[in-house]
Design a protein around this ligand. Structure first.
Ligand code: DX5
Ligand code: ZN
Length: 224
């Protein structure tokens, strides 16, 4: 059995000057994770939030954080994020960005946080096979990282299946990019259990209803 279904709300599509309100609103539907997209304008062509914002968010919510680092040289910055976050929170970095994934993973885990590695749509599962045993999570990007509101790339579906095959019941498999009420079914059927959504939640008329629907669809797909 795969780990339980979790919905991770990406605040990239939330109102940036009303973040506290936006987060409090979705706490009402027991959101599982708050996904924080950290972009450096180097690995990806956009700049977003840093440890300062993570620290602020940590003060206003008890929902575990799911920090997605889209930055070059995560080894230089991981300590700042570990310090800003807390035990049990996830920190995920991209395999394309560093030559020292093992050291970063052990550092994150030694501080009581959960470690994840992410793969761009064109990066093969083979590039992280040797790390799977040491990882809590693998994040499969289903759009090219950088922006919310992009279209889901179905070519990544076999990668999700391969990862679930490699770890039937332990690994958290997260999928990020272009997830909505339709695409969610396919990714969960392939074995994903952590679902990221920005647009589908924060641009919906009723974000709480949107989360309930996504969770329901994911649970239905997981049964099949
Ligand atoms: C994209 C980010 C995603 C993004 C998803 O680079 O990693 O987390 O916020 O946005 P949607 O759900 O709108 O595709
Ligand atoms: Zn993300």
């Amino acid at each position: 059995m795969r780990p339980e279904i979790k919905i991770s709300a990406s605040i990239l599509a939330a109102n940036p000057v009303r973040l506290e309100e936006e987060i409090k609103r979705i706490e009402g539907v027991a959101i599982d994770l708050i996904h924080i997209d950290v972009m450096d304008g180097h690995f990806v062509p956009n700049i977003t939030m840093g440890p300062f914002i993570v620290k602020g968010i940590k003060k206003i919510t008890r929902v575990p954080l799911d920090i997605h680092l889209m930055i070059s040289h995560p080894e230089f910055y991981v300590k700042d994020f570990v310090d800003a976050a807390g035990e049990g929170d996830f920190i995920t970095f991209h395999i394309e960005t560093t030559r020292m994934p093992e050291a970063i993973i052990s550092f994150i885990k030694s501080k009581g946080l959960k470690a994840g590695v992410s793969l761009n749509p064109l990066t093969p599962v083979k590039s992280i096979e040797h790390l799977i045993e040491s990882l809590d999570m693998v994040l499969v990007m289903s759009v090219n990282p950088g922006f919310e509101g992009q279209k889901f790339i179905p070519d990544v579906l076999p990668k999700i299946a391969a990862l679930r095959n490699a770890s039937p019941d332990k690994l958290e498999i997260e999928v990020d990019g272009g997830i909505n009420n339709e695409t969610i079914t396919q990714i969960v059927q392939q074995g994903a259990n952590v679902i990221v959504a920005a647009t589908a939640i924060f641009k919906a008329d009723d974000p709480c209803a949107a989360i309930r629907t996504l969770r329901l669809k994911a649970k239905e797909a997981a049964k099949r």
